[in-house]
Design a protein around this ligand. Sequence first.
Ligand SMILES: Nc1nc2c(c(=O)[nH]1)N[C@@H](CN(C=O)c1ccc(C(=O)N[C@@H](CCC(=O)O)C(=O)O)cc1)CN2
Ligand SMILES: NCC(=O)N[C@@H]1O[C@H](COP(=O)([O-])[O-])[C@@H](O)[C@H]1O
Length: 189
Amino acid sequence: MKRIAIFASGAGSNAKKIIEYFTHHAAIQVALIVCNKPGAGVLSVATHYGIPTLLIEKEQFFRGNAYVDELKAAHIDFIILAGFLWKIPSALIQAYPNKIINIHPALLPKYGGKGMYGQFVHEAVLAARELESGITVHLVDELYDHGQMVFQAQCPVLPGDTAATLAQRIHALEHKHYPEVIEQFIMQH
Ligand SMILES: Nc1nc2c(c(=O)[nH]1)N[C@@H](CN(C=O)c1ccc(C(=O)N[C@@H](CCC(=O)O)C(=O)O)cc1)CN2
Ligand SMILES: NCC(=O)N[C@@H]1O[C@H](COP(=O)([O-])[O-])[C@@H](O)[C@H]1O
């Protein structure tokens, strides 16, 4: 059984879909939810589904062991980022080589990097008058949104779209594809 930890900072709609997808899965289980924001919605999602949680803090994450010991003690095999807003430090990347993936709410390499998260991404896409947007799943390396791409899916940007309406369309793409992309990625690694 492959054990995954989901790292999230926000509402946890992707975490919810991933948990539901792997409930009763024969080979993969969501074993831990890691969060850096006390009170984040993803913590309630974890409680609802009976998934253990780990609330992390800056000092240990960036200047300590990056919680590698705790993740290894939980026998975590893969790390899935789903709206996690801190940069993954080298110590964690080295402990989980090619085992950490992230979903970004745009078509990388455009609209990525520091400051590019949540609504900021959709606002930049709209400001650039793009006719399409989408999602990118990629391996996590030491830089933001720079790792090898694993999957992309597109959606239209419609006349009159706001950041909120575009976000809704992007979320629908994420919820549809991310669980299946995670499954394929894990089964191939
Ligand atoms: N080493 C890596 N860590 C992370 C990556 C990555 O590709 N490599 N992806 C991000 C997720 N992400 C985009 O997909 C992303 C998240 C957050 C930021 C950002 O600018 N964060 C702010 C802090 C925000 C906060 O603390 O509330 C910042 O760094 O100043 C950019 C991109 C997850 N980690
Ligand atoms: N650059 C990182 C980033 O912007 N990630 C985005 O945060 C949202 C989390 O939503 P959720 O908490 O409802 O899953 C998702 O749209 C995800 O793509």
